[in-house]
Design a protein around this ligand. Structure first.
Ligand SMILES: [Zn+2]
Length: 558
């Protein structure tokens, strides 16, 4: 578990939270940015035109708009570093002195950078700094006095994005004609060029800051997130932001999200009720149930309601019930015209990570995370079940083949081969799954590992994941449990929904699978393409390599 995520959270009063906020922050007028401290920039093809193995300062040509874009970042208080692979040093194509002359010329043209991080090796050296390894990103973060998760890296090829993700940083791809189509498909965040990337970094940074300083603290806030465990977990940072500005937080969730809701810090009371306009397999609308829900919401006596949704869901039916319940101030994201149902109608471009999308709604409602509370997913340790004693020491690899949506699950045949490859590489493998997935977990674990299918509820799974060295999982709830524990993820990510929105958030991640298959962006619950090609083409050795990239030890090695 990461150090910044080890603090146990209890149900707490807003008073305690607010005091901690004041004590922790330097000045109210100039709080620490919520998302990023630093921007890391690839050099060749990103800042300057790519001249292969260039040792000549005269050949340095900035990309269009680079100077002005970098100056906008500097003016916003972001620190800047260059992170660059220069294998020409290892190959003797230019000298260190020539490279320093090139870098001096880059600074003449583009202004000062706070740090330069160079990998002088080539692939054969097997170093941990040549991108896509995450070493340069970690080194840059250290040099700049921050952590990788508070950095965003801009680069022009897949290696840049992969290095960022493997370090737990955000990665923006700015494609050039040499960028491969599969690299563009796999990237979770793509901008047309460097100035556009910078604009979006600054926009996202701004979007999670409330437009006005917090006013009078809210007495009771009602927050709403209906849907599954994963949806609930990614809304956690936004709920903490609301909790920081409210004395009491009541959460309305659906039955499928209840177990995750119980794990979220900042929540004082939970109301569980299905919402038929959200549930994927909804029951008919029962007027009596709607009347009793409205009465229940009225009894909360909330000063405000913040209704969190995914982009394909509507907040408006609930907003009507909240109006009927007499709630005075209602905030939600809605592209649909809300009439008088919303006081704060917020809009978010597509592609923003779900936790940030929700944080930006909280900000529009006047709330932000206090300084010292990083915008990462978090769970209440006191709500987790104790980890079973018979699992051995921490550091095992959790392999979770299933998913509520089969389109996002790892094919059992592949999971079986992955279990075998991980075991052969010296990893201790725990195979997890729900009680309805026991046939699969048993089959997978027979190839190598311990079968925990059906042995855990969500709280128990959270405890097991928290002590893992890494989790190998599709786009499903346990990926977010891992993110919440700071445990690295090998993400077998079916592209049915955008990786940039639903990928593991702010945790070291390697994404595997084909991002360009026909299921892309279909939101299909079961795979629409014969053979599940987005995931079935993964080679188990890629998983073993990913764990090495993530510095997850396998005991015996290979
Ligand atoms: Zn290196």
């Amino acid at each position: 578990m990461r150090q910044d995520q080890g603090e146990p959270y209890q149900r707490r009063s807003a008073g305690v939270y607010a005091v901690a906020d004041r004590a922790g922050s330097g000045s109210v007028a100039n709080p620490r940015p919520v998302l990023y401290d630093a921007v890391l920039l690839d050099r060749d093809g990103t800042l300057i035109e790519d001249v292969p193995y260039n040792g000549d300062p005269e050949k340095v040509r900035p990309v269009p708009g680079a100077r002005a874009a970098l100056d906008r970042l500097r003016a916003a208080g972001l620190r800047l570093a260059v992170v660059t692979n220069q294998s020409g040093l290892a190959r003797g194509y230019f000298t260190g002195e020539q490279m320093r002359a090139v870098h001096a010329r880059v600074e003449d043209l583009l202004g000062r950078f706070d740090a330069w991080l160079v990998c002088p090796h080539d692939d054969a050296d097997g170093c941990d700094c040549r991108k896509p390894a995450p070493g340069l990103v970690h080194a840059a973060a250290r040099e700049l006095g921050t952590t990788a998760s508070r950095c965003v890296l801009v680069g022009d090829i897949g290696r840049d994005v992969a290095a960022a993700l493997a370090a737990g940083a955000a990665g923006v791809l700015v494609p050039t004609p040499v960028t491969r189509p599969e690299e563009i498909a796999a990237a979770g965040w793509v901008a047309t060029d460097l100035p556009a990337a910078v604009d979006e970094i600054l926009r996202r940074q701004q979007a999670v800051q409330p437009p006005t300083p917090p006013g009078v603290p809210v007495r009771t806030a009602l927050v709403v997130r209906s849907d599954s465990a994963g949806d609930m977990l990614v809304t956690g940072p936004a709920i903490r932001a609301v909790a920081a500005g409210a004395q009491r937080v009541v959460l309305l969730c659906g039955p499928r999200g209840r177990a995750a809701a119980d794990l979220l810090p900042g929540v004082d009371e939970i109301i569980e009720h299905p919402l038929p306009w959200i549930d994927p397999t909804p029951a008919p609308v029962d007027p009596e149930a709607m009347r009793s829900l409205t009465a229940r919401l009225s009894a909360v006596d909330a000063d405000e309601a913040v209704v969190f949704t995914s982009f394909h869901q509507s907040a408006l039916p609930l907003a009507l019930l909240l109006r009927m319940a007499g709630i005075g101030r209602i905030a939600a994201i809605s592209d649909d015209y809300p009439g008088s149902l919303l006081d704060i109608r917020h809009r978010v471009p597509v592609g923003v990570p779900e936790p940030e999308r929700a944080l930006s709604l909280a900000a529009a409602a006047g709330h932000r995370l206090p300084d010292g509370d990083e915008p990462v997913l978090r769970l209440r340790r006191d709500a987790m079940a104790p980890r079973p004693a018979d699992l051995g020491e921490p550091g095992y690899v959790v392999l979770h083949p299933g998913s509520a949506a089969s389109s996002r699950a790892c094919p059992p045949e592949l999971a079986t081969r992955i279990a075998g490859a991980l075991t052969a590489a010296g990893h201790r493998v725990l195979v997890t799954g729900g009680s309805d997935e026991r046939a699969v977990t048993a089959r997978v674990a027979a190839a190598g590992g311990t079968d925990l299918g059906g042995r855990t509820d969500l709280a128990g799974l959270a405890a097991i994941v928290a002590d893992a060295g890494a989790v190998v999982v599709g786009n499903t709830g346990p990926a977010h449990l891992a993110a919440a524990a700071g445990v690295p993820v090998v993400s077998l990510f079916a592209p049915t929904v955008p990786f940039g929105q639903w990928g593991p958030y702010r945790v070291p991640t390697v994404r595997l699978g084909d991002a360009a298959t026909a299921c892309r962006d279909t939101r299909a619950a079961s795979c629409p393409v014969p053979g599940h090609p987005c995931l079935s083409g993964i080679d188990p050795d890629e998983v073993v390599d990913a764990l090495r990239t993530l510095a997850v030890g396998g005991g015996g090695g290979r």
